[in-house]
Write a protein that binds this ligand. Structure first.
Ligand code: URA
Length: 190
């Protein structure tokens, strides 16, 4: 993961490198088999170089902890490693430019369970442009050797209270699948 992070830090493949403060390669425990996939860094992530450290990240981590999934039991990456200006949606050329890093990361992490946060993550993980979170959440999908769950992006949960009950169901399903797959839910040695 360190070698990939170094390559990301040197990347100038799309225009986003010009506006970034820092690249955001990913963070967490790479050895547990659980990987969360977000969309792109926001302002705080761009400043700190870490994913999901802003308001939506705090909500996400709080929900996971409530469900008994500790911060140390997953690795978290974004589809894009640099912040889009004003937090706009990623452009397809930006997603394509970042894709080699994203796929190298997934190959290195060898996840057994992947949680896609929002449609950009779902599209990239399932290689399906037609991903709809509303239509596809609630089912368990497959990507190679990994089970895949799709749920709402936590920033949607900040604004749309009506999504929260379903998101909580999805997070409890994550906990059940972790148990089924024998993935650690508490801190493990690295
Ligand atoms: N939203 C994302 O998708 N990723 C982050 O790292 C922060 C907010």
């Amino acid at each position: 993961m360190d070698a990939i992070a170094r390559d990301i830090a040197a990347c100038t493949a799309c225009g986003l490198h010009k506006g970034r403060v820092r690249v955001v390669p990913g963070s967490g425990n790479p050895t547990t088999g659980l990987v969360l996939v977000g969309e792109a860094p926001g302002e705080q992530e761009d400043c700190q170089g870490l994913p999901f450290v802003g308001p939506s990240g705090r909500l996400l981590r709080r929900l996971l902890r409530l469900a008994g999934v500790s911060d140390d039991s997953y690795y978290i990456v974004n589809v894009l490693k640099c912040r889009p200006p004003g937090n706009r949606d990623p452009l397809s050329e930006e997603v394509d430019a970042c894709a080699p890093f994203f796929h190298r990361q997934l190959a290195a992490l060898a996840p057994r369970l992947i949680i896609c946060l929002g449609r950009f993550a779902g599209r990239q993980v399932l290689a399906n442009e037609d991903v709809s979170i509303r239509a596809m959440r609630g089912n368990v999908h497959q990507r190679g050797g990994a089970r895949v769950i799709l749920t709402y992006h936590p920033s949607a949960l900040l604004h749309r209270v009506e999504f929260r009950a379903d998101a909580w169901r999805d997070i409890k399903r994550v906990r059940r699948l972790m148990t089924e797959l024998g993935l650690p839910r508490e801190a493990v040695s690295r």
